[in-house]
Design a binder for this molecule. Structure first.
Ligand SMILES: Cc1cc2nc3c(=O)[nH]c(=O)nc-3n(C[C@H](O)[C@H](O)[C@H](O)COP(=O)(O)O)c2cc1C
Length: 180
């Protein structure tokens, strides 16, 4: 069974991106899912010199073990949230190139009319130097996300669901291909 690591770029409990991530995982189908905790201390080289903290090591271990990753993130002022960038920076300090050739599907949800598209492209920009195998089609940006989930947190828009399905199928195909 494919091992998937889910990363939500928002730290808040009622995050629309967390709901989107749960939807994407559900639509992926049978898989073993781990959810990342990116609520990490701010990267500081002095802290690193004292040793990698357990929360960072846990995230790195989850990433190493994953066959593929799904990242759902809001945009904050047209870029990814600082907490998500901080997590990428910490992971990049762990030896072994953990993102290299890792299939990664990126999605966004935002309150605005563009659905966080600028943030989504920024996310991809941040992942490229880490060597991630980005799954880019179709683009899934949930606009005015507050109107697209019901009280139970389920996505209600069939058009978005169809795009999420296609993206998850592309992720599964890439994972299968990498496995050989
Ligand atoms: C610091 C900050 C910056 C934001 N910048 C944007 C933005 O650039 N574009 C946008 O559509 N929404 C922006 N928003 C609104 C978010 O889309 C909205 O808060 C969304 O619910 C955040 O995602 P979440 O529900 O997963 O936490 C911003 C919100 C915050 C807190």
């Amino acid at each position: 069974m494919d091992k998937i690591l889910g990363i939500c770029g928002s730290l808040r409990a009622q995050s629309y991106n967390r709901k989107l991530l749960q939807t994407a995982v559900h639509r992926y189908g049978d898989c073993q899912i781990e959810m990342a905790d990116i609520d990490l201390p701010l990267y500081n080289g002095d802290v690193e010199d004292r040793g990698i903290q357990q929360s960072v090591q846990t995230l790195a271990d989850q990433l190493r073990a994953a066959d593929g990753v799904i990242i759902c993130t809001p945009e904050y002022n047209k870029a990814i949230p600082g907490g998500l960038k901080n997590a990428l920076d910490w992971i990049s300090r762990i030896p072994g190139g953990l993102w290299a050739r890792k299939p990664v599907a990126t999605l966004s949800a935002a309150a605005g009319r563009t659905g966080g598209e600028a943030g989504l492209y920024h996310m991809r920009h941040c992942l490229l130097p880490l060597g991630a195998d980005l799954i880019t089609q179709p683009t899934v940006c949930i606009a005015q996300a507050q109107a697209e989930f019901d009280d139970a947190g389920q996505m209600t828009n069939d058009r978005y669901l169809a795009s999420i399905d296609k993206l998850m199928q592309a992720l599964a195909r890439q994972i299968a291909q990498n496995r050989g």
